[in-house]
Design a protein. Structure first.
Length: 321
């Protein structure tokens, strides 16, 4: 008589893996990468390679000689952290500062908590915010696509409003088509909204992410900025400019959707995304910094455990009430 062998769960297997998803994200970043290389040239490539190589090396060294655990650099997570960190940096940033950012991203934000799956904040965002606080002058020196140095579109808007001008009087603000196609100053990953949207389509088609967080972030930003714009169109920019400028799309699509630091359920994802959108609009309009996406994601990363506590997935076999 044959014996029935019962193995522990999980009993259902899919093709999903950390490596597949991470390298899928890297592929989705290719359009934005190509755009940044087109506009910023070899400087952008140097920052990108330095960031990626530094993140991989730091993870290897920490796992090999400090934690003394098997290395996991082949899973692609350190590569993706390096890519996203680079996408948040200006192409003119000194390479030694890029290395410092990689050390903080991997060594502090990721490996201190035990590695992939245990970090409480997105490592790339943690590294970016650390560099912004530590090297504000270098981190806010933005190259334009023509090789000169100027403020970002959000920076131009902030400076104009602080000087007492109305929105209609600020003549240097780029158009929505410029923001969409990529002819503005900024970090490597924010010069072309269209390239980021194409990356979003790739991620959705590959089922690496769901639509909930990006749509909640962008939708809430559009709605909250729209309310301000309707109240006073001369003191607040229109909502389309808000979602196309700065790190809005990069953050919503590639950073806020981090598996480890975002909620587990769809309802939780929507709450999380709306929180990011609201905080970004508040920081951009009323804070000292023209950009607020990284700070908003960082705050909501910390709130994620609370969201998971109240937005729990249904237990297997549970009967709906």
């Amino acid at each position: 008589m044959d014996k029935l062998t019962i193995a522990p769960s999980p009993h259902v297997h899919t093709s999903d893996s950390v490596r597949r998803n991470m390298y899928g994200v890297a592929i989705a970043l290719i359009p934005a990468l190509a755009t940044s290389l087109w506009f910023f040239g070899l400087q952008a490539l140097a920052v990108l390679l330095t960031s990626v190589i530094s993140c991989v090396v730091v993870e290897f060294l920490v796992q090999k000689f400090i934690l003394k655990v098997p290395t996991t650099i082949s899973d692609g997570s350190a590569v993706v952290t390096g890519l996203i960190l680079a996408f948040n940096l200006p192409s003119t940033l000194p390479l030694w500062i890029v290395v410092v950012g990689a050390i903080f991203s991997i060594g502090v934000c990721k490996m201190t908590f035990g590695g992939l799956g245990q970090n409480i904040v997105n490592p790339a965002i943690g590294g970016r915010v650390f560099l912004l606080m530590s090297f504000p002058a270098q981190m806010t020196s933005w190259p334009a696509v023509d090789g000169t140095t100027t403020a970002t579109p959000l920076g131009l808007l902030k400076e104009g409003l602080k000087s007492g001008k109305s929105v209609s009087e600020i003549v240097d603000i780029p158009s929505s088509s410029d923001l969409l196609l990529g002819s503005v100053s900024g970090s490597l990953g924010e010069v072309s909204a269209l390239a980021l949207i194409l990356g979003f389509v790739i991620l959705l088609a590959a089922k690496i992410i769901s639509w909930h967080i990006p749509v909640a972030v962008i939708g809430s930003m559009f709605a909250f900025q729209g309310i301000l714009y309707l109240c006073d169109s001369e003191a607040f920019i229109d909502p389309l400019f808000t979602v196309l400028s700065g790190g809005a799309l990069l953050g919503a699509i590639f950073m806020a959707t981090d598996y480890v630091t975002s909620p587990m359920t769809h309802n939780g994802m929507i709450i999380y995304g709306c929180g990011i959108g609201l905080l970004t609009v508040i920081i951009r309009n009323f804070g000292a910094y023209p950009e607020g996406m990284s700070f908003a994601i960082l705050i909501m990363n910390i709130v994620t455990p609370l969201i998971n506590r109240y937005c729990k997935p249904k237990r297997f076999g549970e009967i709906a009430k």
